[in-house]
Design a protein around this ligand. Sequence first.
Ligand SMILES: Cc1ncc(COP(=O)(O)O)c(C=O)c1O
Length: 401
Amino acid sequence: MPWMPYVWSMQTATPAVPTPSFDLHGWRREIPVLERFVPLNACSHAPQTTRTRAAAEAYLDSWNRDGMDWHGWLAEVDAAKAEFATLIGASPDEIAVSTSVSAATASLASALDFSGARTRVLASEAEFPTVGQVWLGHEKYGVQVDWVPVRDGLIETGDYAEAIDERVRVVSACHGYYQNGFKQDVAAIASAAHAAGAWIYVDAYQTLGTGPIDVKALDVDFLAGGTLKYLMAAPGIAFLYVRSELIDKLTPAVTGWFGRANPYAFDAKSLDWSPTATRFETGTPPLLNAYVARAGLSIINEVGPGAIQEWTDQLQKRLIDGADQRGLEIQGTRDIARKTPSTAFLCPMESHLVEAALRERGFLTSARGPAIRIAPHFFNTLEEMDRALDALVEVFAAGQR
Ligand SMILES: Cc1ncc(COP(=O)(O)O)c(C=O)c1O
């Protein structure tokens, strides 16, 4: 065979090391805890950034300096809603602020009419307990809750179509499964729900901030999420999206003065409704949390959900390939296209002991059931994946001795 330098160099060239499309090290400098720990628990709680800390301090400074700046503080809540709306491709008028996904879901559930022929809620077994529990709380009003099963750590989309009928009022299908990161095909589930005249509610807490989410393209009716996981913020605040066409059809029983057309009318005997999604709000919004939420959301919107997904896909690939090389067992799907960045590793011992042992070695992870979840985010490096897996192997080996 003649000498072919080009082909030779192609064959021996080492594959290029993937790099993110954003300034990874610039962002890392904004995360002080990286000096002590490798945060790999974004499925549970994201690390603090200089930006989120400054936002909390901005509220505290204003409170201290001005005594009260009610309208300025409420403007920050609106700004946080607008950031959330940008993130999911909605209009700010379609966003309600709440204090938790539980509270947002309860407010929505209280607005649904179960008095007619549509008495069923079809919920996935992958729902975070709080969501299932809100629906179960409505059994006393005659609601029948049925479950689409999780099998082998995932749900077959076709199972929804089989279970939906004209008695279903709402299908409750989380986007990402908190247990192992399995991601549902929400667009397909929405289409099955709509074909039967049902609505679809999506808890997107585990996917918001991990990649692009467009509520219009997915065609979902309701979507909820909080900010302390991949949205880089803190607890105490959550958002509810309500599709604009549905807003004036729904009146929640869980309500309060912020649900009114004019909260400052101060008329306890009147129950008018805000024309926007604020009708799903209740009391004084979480003001301090809104400062932090806006800052966290702005980081995600600035880095870009698409760029985040590209990079976390690389991190996941490194984790899954590395798990195979080290003989570690993964719970749930290994298909990156069907996963959030969270990967669940089955533990040969109590998973909370594994979490504690990894913390001692400098890695923040999150135990859930029989598995330890390693959930990288945009600020993590490939090298951190290798080191975390080595630490996991060490912890498992020590635990088995
Ligand atoms: C998917 C999902 N939904 C809801 C929650 C809890 O929401 P909240 O505490 O805001 O009610 C969590 C985790 O805390 C979660 O992972």
